[in-house]
Structures are given as structure tokens and as C-alpha cells.
Design a protein. Sequence first.
Length: 277
Amino acid sequence: MGHGARVLIDRLRMRKDNVKALGQHFLNNEEILDETMRLAEISPDDHVIEIGPGPGVLTERLLESGCALTSIEIDTEVCEFLRDNFPTLDLIEGDALQVNWPKANKVVANIPYQISSPLIDIITRNHSIEYVVLLVQEEFAERLVVEWESDRGSLGMCTMLDWDCTFEMRVGPHCFTPSPQVHSRLVTMRRKDSPANSKLAKLLIRQGFAERRKKLRNTLSKAPKRIARVSGWHAKAYRDAMQSIDWDLLEERPEDLDIEDWLDLARLLEDARQAMG
């Protein structure tokens, strides 16, 4: 039997006076930890990455599951604490946005709120990762999952091209030390096969939402900066293809389009490019 969440948090607070200085709120609720582990579907064959372990409340559960675990922590004092309490832990001291991640098939973490967006970008670009369980700020979860039309944005729309994202348990502020001023939410992400033209669709989505109040005919008239990274495309080919298509939804704003609309636009452009040779 492990130490438990509150014991680990208290031990860390004895070492580090200002827990808020870590920029993270530590989960202190055992029921939420139980649900996290249930959702994570851990097996001994899994290699899991944990971001921002803090006092190790989730780390302890993951180690007990028997999986291979690598935790990434930026704070030196916290790393010393983790080494003392979990001597067998594979711990990387550094910024999760900068260090090289080992090859792993899952990410399970209570991630620091302030780096949620760039972490999702890293996770989604890591092709070895197949399944993710995250505890995030509820507002961020809404943008990631895109449950409603009002939540549409480049983050969620691009992510859903490659991942099935699902709302899970809602978590109140009282479940954390120190308590945040917002609710949090468990979310799961499961990788799926990408549809045709998804790379082009992502560039269109990002460019469209960069100026979300403008009509798409204006925002998409210029070639995306990274268009040459999509096989067969370059700036002139994009401009020629865009000028050749007749698509009513170019008169709309980006939030008016669903994911199938963006894929239709990418298909129309690809067909136009191929027709022009």
C-alpha cells in the first residue's frame, strides 16, 4: 500500500514553502486518482509518460500498476523529493516542452494548466503515443473536445482529425492543493486513422481561426506559411487552386464550419491542384 495523496503533498510542502510557485495544483482526492487509473487501462506492457508529477500522487499509482513509467519534472527541489520517495522512478529533470521524450504508447498526467496547449501539440505530433488521459482545466477541455459549436477553434478541430477526444469526470476545486478558482475535467484521447488530406486541412483550419472574425475567402486567400510541408504543394499551387474553386462556405467564418466542411475544402483544393498538373 502506498503513502496516499495527502501524505505525499504534505511531505512536499514541508520541503517547499510556496507550492503555488510551482504553477501547479496537486490532486488530493483518491477517488479521482481511482478514476484516472481506470480510464488509463494500464497493462504491464505499457510505457507511460507522466508530465509534472509534483509530489507523486499519480506517480505512486502508476508505479504500482507495473507499467514502465517515465516522469518529467521541471522543478529541481521536486525532483529531489521524487528521487527520495520513489528511488526506482525513471525521472527526467527538465522542461517537458524542451526535453526529448522516450518512446512511449501512453501519456497519463495532471498537467500544469499554463502549458496545456503546447503539450497537446507535442503529444499529437508524437506518433508512438496511442492513448492519453489528462486532467486539465475545464475550459481547456471544452476547447479540446469541441462538445458544442461555440467551442470550435483550431486546437480542437485539428486534434479531432487524428484523435477521438472524450469528456470524462468533472473535478471540483476542493480536490486540489492549493484549490484553483476553476473546475477541472478528466479527458481521454485515443488515436485514430487520419482521413485523406488531413495535413492540408490542419493548415486551413489554423489559418482560418487565426483571424476568426473574418470571412474565409479573405483569410485563406494567402498560402499558409507551411504549405510546402504538404506533399505536392507550394505557394503558387495553393493560390491557383484557391482561385479556381467555387465553394459557398468561403463566405462564412471559421466557426461556422464543422470538421467535414474543412475536409471537403481540403479535398476540393487537392482535386484542383491535381487537375492543373
